[in-house]
Structures are given as C-alpha cells and as structure tokens.
Ligand binder design. Structure first.
Ligand code: ADP
Ligand code: MG
Length: 381
C-alpha cells in the first residue's frame, strides 16, 4: 500500500510539472542599484499586465539620420516575468517544484543567462560570499535548494527513503574545466596542478567528470562551506575575480541518490545550477591573443547552449551537444526525455543597457518560443 501511495504521489507531482512544460523561461529584471538611481531618468522597461506577470516591454530609442529621436517598443512574453521588486523568496517559490523533481529522480538544469551585472549570481547564489551572518532573505537558489532538499528528505525518511547527496562545483573557462572544490592548495600556482578533468561516460551511461572533487553534502550548512571554498578557489585562480567570473560558466551539480528500504525502490536525480558567462556581445574585432580566444569561447558556448535547447524543444533527432564543453557536460541532464530545464534571463533595467537587454530577451525568446511551436508574440520591429 505504501509503495502504491508513494508511486502515486510522485506521478501526480511530475504530471503537474509536465503540464507546465519541460523547458521554461523566466525573466527577472533587477532593481536599480542605489548608485544608478539618479542617472536613469527614463527607464526602458515596462510591465504591461502586472497581474499576469508574464509580459515585458522594452523601449529602445535611437537617433535617425536626420537627428530625430525615435523609439520602438519590443514586447515579449515568457512563462513568468519577475519585476525588480520581486524578492528572492518569491522567485524561489516558482523554482521549488523543480527541486522536488530532482529529489524524485529527474535530471534538472536551472540556468541564469544575461549580461554581466544583470543579477545572475544574485539569482543563483545570492551575495558573493555567504556566511552565517548573511541575511536569509538575500539567499539565492543554490542555498535555498539545498535547504529545501534537507527538509524534504527528513519528511521522506518517514516513508522509507534514505538519500545521499554529493556535490561538485566546476567552472568552464575558455572551454577548459576547473575544479572549484579542489583543496585550495592545489589551485595555487606551483607544482601541484589540478589533475586533468575530462568528461566521460560511466558504465551506466551517465556523463561524469574524471578527477573532479565530489563532496558529500551531509547537512544544509555544508553547502555554505562548499560555496566558500569555490569562492576561494576562484580568487586564487584569477587576478580579477569579477572579471574572471563574468567570463566563465560556473556549474554546481548535486547528485541525489535515494533508496527506499520499505519498497525497494531507488532513484537518482541530478540538479544542475548554472551561472553562465556574461552574454554581452563581445566583438572579436578589437581583441587579439588570449582575449580573442576567450571571446570566441564565450560566444560559441552560449550560442551552442541556445542551439541545444532549441533543438530539444523542437524535438529534433540530432542535438548538437558536442559543440561545447558546457552542453557536453550537461548532455544527460538536458536531453533525457524526462529532464526539466529552466532558464532565467536576467535583465539590467538601465537605459544604457537597453541594447544588451534586447539581445538577451531575443535569445530567451528563441529558446522559449520553439517549444510552444505556435506564434508567440515576437519582438516588433
Ligand atoms: P551578474 O552575476 O549577472 O554579473 P550580479 O548578480 O553580481 O550580476 O548583480 C549585479 C549587482 O546587482 C550586484 O551588486 C547585486 O547585488 C545586485 N543585484 C542583482 N540583482 C538584484 C536584486 N534582485 N535585488 C537587489 N540587488 C540585486
Ligand atoms: Mg556574476
């Protein structure tokens, strides 16, 4: 009887999730920072239907050849739009169902896409450094997800479920993988270089990374320790931490293995939480050497991610995972028939960023509209 109930509970939950679609796009507009407040008299963002919460308009003014300023309005529609005043709490409420799916054995990916300074790290993690003194209200998706998982696993244990959670955290920079959880001594310049990280398929066909540090996450507090170590490793590895993080993807992965001692069932879920490299269009014309290589790597991998999601949404047979390290790494979580993907497109509200915001919204529309298949409102021109 217990087994039946448990199966029913999972099935119901996940049917509801499926009805919502396996690929979803949320848009989040960050508030103006205090130092930006006076500078931007007219903001380019409108939320036409506030109760609906899924539309957004971007106005862009430009000067024509005659020196006259004209303005165009570009409307967009997503699965959900979060206005600047939306709290971390409100955002997480919309995400928590997906975290539950990972616990139920589904592969889940949550991405933050957007230009540097648009609120990706705020959304995924919260403040750059999290300590016990951090205000809980500021926490982003990673710490909240882990907390939720702990609360749920203790409930599930009453129904016979035992879970082991293992976390890994890596960075993809210039198409090269870096282990952010390696003991930090290994990341300093010196003799002990990181062992080479390679993506491979294990015996059961799961995509794994060779030589990566996997850490048992045995308490919700452990995740703060883990985030701190990752932050430390990033600082050691870069001369300019912010610059570096804006030019690399960071991928936090949690493997959730559950066994039910009463029913004999087992489940393996994966939760990937990804803070993408800044999407600002980087022109390769002005750059050379390392900078050019870096620029090309970012442009390529973001375009690749868009192609993969679009191919999945269209149901294409061929999905070009192997074109970038990021999509190759996430192949299993992004492709499987039961996988769930959510992309946050993060938007900076400043008029000076209107052009970049437009590009981000158009990228997200490409990812989003493919799935629906019918005409959604496109950017007007
Ligand atoms: P990104 O990771 O995209 O470069 P950040 O997350 O670092 O951007 O955000 C840039 C700045 O804006 C940071 O100072 C961050 O604290 C602030 N910020 C971003 N989103 C919000 C928000 N929703 N509420 C308040 N401050 C935010
Ligand atoms: Mg960031």
């Amino acid at each position: 009887k217990l087994r039946k109930e448990e199966t029913m509970r999972r099935r119901l939950h996940n049917t509801i999730q499926e009805l919502k679609g396996n690929i979803r796009v949320f848009c989040r507009v960050r508030p103006l920072l205090s130092e930006e407040k006076n500078a931007s008299a007219s903001l380019p963002i409108n939320f036409p239907e506030c109760d609906d919460n899924n539309e957004i308009e971007l106005a862009q003014s430009s000067e024509n050849a005659l020196g006259k300023t004209t303005s165009k309005v570009f409307p967009f529609k997503f699965d959900r739009v979060f206005a600047p005043q939306s709290s971390q709490d409100v955002v997480f409420e919309e995400v928590s169902q997906l975290i539950q799916s990972a616990l139920d054995g589904y592969p889940v990916c949550i991405f933050a896409y957007g230009q540097t300074g648009s609120g990706k790290t705020h959304t995924m993690q919260g403040p750059d450094t999290i300590t016990s003194a951090t205000n809980e209200a500021d926490l982003g998706i990673i710490p909240r997800a882990v907390k939720q998982i702990y609360e749920n696993t203790s409930n599930l244990s009453e129904r016979g479920w035992e879970y082991t959670l293992e976390g890994q955290f890596l960075e993809i920079y210039n198409e090269t993988l870096q282990d952010l959880l390696a003991p930090s001594s290994r990341n300093t310049q010196g003799s002990e270089k990181q062992a080479k990280l390679d993506i491979y398929q294990d015996n059961e066909g799961h995509t794994r990374v060779k030589n990566i540090t996997a850490i048992k996450v045995d308490s919700a507090e452990r995740v703060n320790w883990l985030l701190a170590r990752a932050a430390e490793n990033r600082t050691v590895a870069a001369t300019n931490c912010n610059e570096r993080s804006s030019r690399s993807h960071s991928v936090f992965t949690l493997y959730l293995c559950g066994k039910n001692s009463l029913t004999g069932e087992s489940s393996t879920g994966v939760l990937n939480l990804i803070d993408l490299a800044g999407s600002e269009r980087l022109s390769s014309s002005g750059s050379s050497g390392d900078r050019l290589k870096e620029t090309q790597a970012i442009n390529k991998s973001l375009a690749c991610l868009g192609d993969v999601i679009a191919a999945l949404a269209k149901g294409n047979r061929h999905v070009p995972y192997r074109n970038s390290k990021l999509t190759h790494l996430l192949q299993e979580s992004l492709g499987a028939g039961n996988s769930k993907t959510l992309m946050f497109v993060c938007v900076n509200p400043n008029s000076t960023s209107a052009q970049e915001s437009l590009c981000s919204l158009q990228f997200a529309t490409k990812v989003n509209s493919c799935q629906i298949g019918t005409a959604r409102r496109q950017a007007a021109s």
